[in-house]
Design a protein around this ligand. Sequence first.
Ligand code: ADP
Ligand code: MG
Length: 665
Amino acid sequence: KDTQLVFDLQSHFAPVFEPPFDPLNVLSEDLFDDKVMAERLPSSVVQRFKECLITGAPTTEEDMTVIADMMFAWARERGAIDFSHWFFPMRGGGGAVGGMLGAYKQDTLIDLEFASKFTTKPMKATLPSDRLFQGETDGSSFPNGGLRVTHSAAAFTTWDRSSPPFVAWQWQIFIKFGDGLLSCFGLDVGGIDEKTPLLRSMDAVKKEGLRLLKASGLGKDVQTIYSYLGWEQEFFVIKAEHYKARPDLVNTGRTLFGKLPTRHQQGDLNYFAPVPGNVQLLLDRVQAVMLRLGCPMAVKHNEVAPGQHEMSPVFRVANVSCDTNVLFMEVMNREAAKMGLQVLFHEKPFAGINGSGKHANWSVGTDTGLNFFYPGKTEEGAKLFVTGIACLAYGLSQHNELVRCSVATAGNDHRLGAQEAPPAIISLYPGQGFEKYVDSVIAGGDLLGYKAEKKKQATGCSQADPIEANVEDRNRTAPFPFCGNRFEFRAVGSSQNCNLPVMVCNAIMASGMAHLADLIEGGLSHRDAVAKMFKENKHVVFTGNGNSGEWKQEAAKRGLPNLNTTPKALSTWNSDKNKALFEKLGIYTKEETEARQEVMLENYITSLKIEAETMIQMVDTAIVPACAKDTSCMVGSWMQLLLEPLALKHLKHVVRGSTLIPRIH
Ligand code: ADP
Ligand code: MG
């Protein structure tokens, strides 16, 4: 009854009244962005700051002082009394209750002048730049995968200059930093957080991409290359009182027992149907908060399963977008709590109906507006498009397992490969027209042979205009379909932090860019090099039905792995090949690659163990006593005999998973 999903119509459309409010009036009100900087800082400081973002040079101490003073004044105007470095420790992956959240320690803005410590001089509120731009904390309990010993505790955070700081609104007032990075005492390399590797991968795409552009004679004025992300977040919303009545939902994020209502999603009637009144209010409020925080949402709507919804923002440069995704999840949790609602970010809260994903729309482009994944109207754009897809095909085929690993979590195991999500086999869908074109390039054809004109499609009725169809169809059974100007990595789990999956997208892309640049620098023509890349990696291109049984057999013939469980996938993570790739691109050292595997496996085992223990406890403390009370003790004992083996089977799975990694034990 508690998980009854079918809505009752009366409460579904219950009118909700909120005073009229135009959130556009407060767009980016709480964000220390370019506009604030331009208005408040000397133009020379702004210019130097921006140059540093492109060149990677450190900000000077003088400039840091000016920026800190200005940020302090700006934050005080908004009532801030504390500040925090907001960062993402490696928590291992998806399936977490409440989704991946950020970490922070609140530091006060109030400091005493030295003299006022022994006199009666007035106290002073300041934000000294040395505290603003670097933080130190006790890092002993952040997961580190064996990178450090427990007693070596100091950890540092530092500002990601490219992601603007903000003052949180409506829940608690303090400056949080767009982000922070976590590094450890005595380690030259930090990398024990989620974000550092992403930023390093963005640098790798930039470096290898610039080298490739130079070698192929494309993009002459390009100064830098960015990777972009637009996430689509799916989630369920239920009443908080129902959530609190379920130990399984509270402890594990999903229901471990239950029964589907007779009417659920059979008719697919829920998708795009009107959003229930109270959920609509929640989504509107969250949209307004996100606007204040400088993150305009692009869409909000119902999803396939009853009680399931989606919101997506306008895409941004990848690190900022990853930050806003975590922020979005936090804002959702807090706003829902105020309304007596609970958001479920778990990949599969209810068996038998669709689970939730987080599609990562990802692209790579230049500061001059060229996009590696947009066919473009110019010859240069067209060549870049073919070149970009050749790099991606190389990366996906050569480092196929890595891509699978980046979405390997306990929660996602319930979702991948079912009808609602792409299979665990990682392939590339560039479109059927493009697939044919690849064959022509391999056979010696020109790089400009791909016809990217959009097609007009008649509607067959006089009152509706013809439709301009995309160059290629969509494919929702593919883990990596082409979407006109981007690829949509559809396998990411709804509770995951996007940092790791996008880092891996960048890493495999950078590896393709580096390989192609090597081939051209080694003497091959641009055309021949692209043709060689396609020829050697064509087996990763698949444009059919990814959910069909035949694809599994065909993929096996092509040598594409089907890593259908997290333990299987993660056992491939720390291969010599992957370690070499990460090291070459400057993303992870060998030790960091090992550590990351350890953290992901530990997280998997912990999730399953909590599930098994919760199951056993629910049987012992709720189901058996209820049966005993209702009928007779005999029936209760029978129930126990029946249900406990179920839980034990689940535990066995944990043990099976853990034997793959003897180091954990
Ligand atoms: P769908 O129709 O697949 O459900 P949505 O409209 O829900 O797509 O979301 C598409 C997402 O892709 C949005 O966040 C959008 O801003 C983002 N997006 C659009 N173009 C790009 C691009 N070039 N790079 C990255 N993300 C993009
Ligand atoms: Mg969508």
